[in-house]
Design a protein around this ligand. Structure first.
Ligand SMILES: Nc1nc2c(c(=O)[nH]1)N[C@@H](CN(C=O)c1ccc(C(=O)N[C@@H](CCC(=O)O)C(=O)O)cc1)CN2
Length: 284
């Protein structure tokens, strides 16, 4: 069996067209959704990601502000910028690009963002809303994974999903989203004694570790769906995920590529969250 690709670029194009239409409808009512993106420091990957976020705003008709600061910026200065954006009525979403320089406490900065504008879904209030099934913003990467499963008509009810990785921004929220759709969920991590024994039981595997070849063909049950959240470089400097794509695609039924899989969906779901924040602002 050769797996079918879940194409994150194609799905993103489709979803961004829908976002553009809803943005036009909001503009007709006098409201332009606005996103503020804050980048501190010179991390080359982060520079690409923030540029792509601003471009996605342009493409969907949203207003965006990109604030770039030197890595020497103090945490207090950053908190002051977040506070100013919290009370800016033209801004409906605020995101602080991660990672932040080591002298800053990233969670403290995230907690300074108003939950109503937390379009990254990283605030503790957003995490609580996800856990309890209340309205809030879902973190964009796992939200994108859920949209990818939806796009192939995959019914999670009664399925076993294995999430490899337990980060606050991907692994844990991913597990909660899968659980909300009635999957049986196992979270695996660096202290899991026998990862292969777990993944071989899985109908759906989400690899979100940040390490190449964490998942190889011998670890996958035939027909499983494999979502690769990893973003790594191989010895040749080529972008690759956490999954041994060439091997696993011969066993899985569906698989996401890297690049062109979950990555673009992260930015698409940011657009969706920003739009929804603006729609909520109009509703109150
Ligand atoms: N504030 C945030 N910081 C970070 C997040 C986040 O969601 N919010 N996630 C990651 C980085 N990230 C978004 O910011 C991100 C990573 C990768 C991609 C992407 O489109 N990747 C492409 C390849 C891009 C390339 O060529 O380098 C792909 O997979 O096709 C988008 C967003 C950490 N920080």
């Amino acid at each position: 069996m050769t797996a079918q690709l879940i194409d994150g670029n194609a799905l993103s194009r489709q979803l961004r067209t829908e976002v553009s239409e809803r943005v036009s409808a909001l503009k007709a009512k006098g409201l332009t959704p606005g996103l503020a993106v804050i980048l501190v420091g010179e991390n080359p990957a982060s520079q690409v990601y923030v540029r792509n976020k601003v471009k996605a705003c342009e493409d969907t008709g949203m207003h965006s502000v990109l604030e770039k600061y030197d890595a020497s910026m103090s945490e207090a200065e950053l908190l002051a910028r977040v506070e100013a954006l919290n009370s800016d009525p033209t801004i409906h979403g605020i995101l602080v690009q991660l990672p932040l320089p080591a002298h800053m406490d990233a969670q403290k900065v995230i907690e300074a963002i108003s939950p109503a504008k937390d379009v990254d879904g990283f605030h503790i209030a957003s995490a609580g809303a996800l856990m309890t099934g209340m309205a809030g913003f879902w973190p964009c990467t796992p939200y994108g994974c859920m949209k990818m499963l939806e796009s192939i008509g995959y019914d999670l009810k009664g399925k076993h999903a294995v999430v490899i990785g337990r980060s606050n921004i991907v692994g844990k929220p991913m597990a909660l989203m899968l659980l909300q759709q009635n999957a049986t969920v196992t979270i695996c991590h660096s202290a899991t004694p026998d990862l292969k024994a777990m993944t071989l039981q899985a109908d759906v595997i989400v690899a979100a570790v940040g390490k190449r070849n964490v998942l190889t063909a011998d670890m996958v049950k035939p027909g499983a769906v494999v979502l690769d959240v990893g973003m790594n470089r191989n010895e040749a400097g080529k972008l690759c995920g956490d999954v041994d794509f060439d091997g696993v695609k011969e066993v899985a039924s569906w698989i996401t590529p890297v690049p062109g899989g979950v990555g673009p969906m992260t930015i698409t779901m940011l657009m969706v969250n920003t739009l929804e924040s603006a729609e909520r602002a109009l509703a109150v």
